[in-house]
Design a protein around this ligand. Structure first.
Ligand SMILES: Nc1ncnc2c1ncn2[C@@H]1O[C@H](COP(=O)(O)OP(=O)(O)OP(=O)(O)O)[C@@H](O)[C@H]1O
Length: 236
């Protein structure tokens, strides 16, 4: 079986077009892989490029050089060079992403926000909603909120909807950007358990966790992003 995620020689420099095209190098020569059933946590100081790296892997940020290889339905796809249609297909079937904040859609009920990724994969509405309800229950979201759009939910409630949406599929690679940042201890423990279940199911997880206790509980390996910082090289 191919390694689910391989990142090789990835470099990225932001160009500030509205600021005299100032160049802001963020990472260079990033190389690592994540095996099936492994949870790798990105470490390093604030501003070193952890979130940017997740966004590059998901395809929200373009990369300047390098390869992002994802094992997708029996073949290896280089997301750094893939066309938008392929990126969408990989996101639908293989690569999940729990962003730090939920992007709310007006008038769509929380339960349907969670069920949507399963519907997109051809699941029936009844089954998708059933699975969504089970996850919302597990994450202790009060039932009274399930039929409401999450726009007015608290930070922690929105984050739980976001987590349920990210965990509902059986994607084989899952990116997690601080999924527990707004949660209380009880729900943090639920998420730690859900990550353990994903690992057991052979999912490759790559995440950012600032909470030390959560990091210790989920990480098989911590990857210090500072080693890929071009600013570190300039400072040396
Ligand atoms: N869209 C963007 N345009 C320009 N610069 C950006 C952009 N996104 C991030 N940066 C810059 O890239 C650097 C890395 O940011 P990033 O958010 O990846 O860091 P981080 O390690 O995740 O930080 P933190 O731990 O504080 O969340 C920062 O200097 C940031 O200002």
């Amino acid at each position: 079986m191919a390694t689910p995620l391989v990142v090789s020689e990835v470099s990225k420099c932001f160009t500030m077009h509205l600021r005299d095209n100032i160049k802001l190098p963020v990472v260079s020569d990033v190389a690592f892989s994540v095996a099936a059933g492994e949870c790798v946590v990105l470490g390093g100081p604030s501003g070193i490029g952890k979130s940017s790296l997740l966004k590059m892997i998901y395809g929200n940020y373009a990369v300047d050089t390098g390869q992002i290889l994802v094992s997708h339905m029996g073949r290896v796809v280089d997301l750094a060079a893939a066309d938008p249609r392929t990126v969408i297909d990989v996101r639908r079937h293989t690569l999940g992403y729990v962003s730090q904040f939920l992007r709310t859609v007006p008038r769509v009920a929380a339960i349907d926000v969670v069920a949507e990724p399963l519907l997109a994969r051809g699941e029936t509405a009844a089954t998708a909603r059933e699975k969504a309800a089970a996850l919302l229950e597990k994450l202790n979201l009060p039932q009274a909120l399930w039929r409401l759009p999450p726009a007015t939910f608290s930070g922690g409630e929105q984050q739980r909807v976001n987590i349920a949406r990210g965990f509902i599929t059986d994607h084989t690679v899952l990116l997690l950007d601080e999924p527990t940042a707004s949660l209380d201890a009880k729900n943090r423990a639920v998420v730690v358990g859900m990550i353990a279940e994903k690992k057991e199911a052979g999912v490759a997880l790559l995440g950012i966790f600032h909470d030390e206790e959560v990091r210790e509980a989920v990480a098989d390996r911590i990857l210090d992003v500072q080693q890929f910082s071009p600013r570190k090289a300039l400072a040396a």
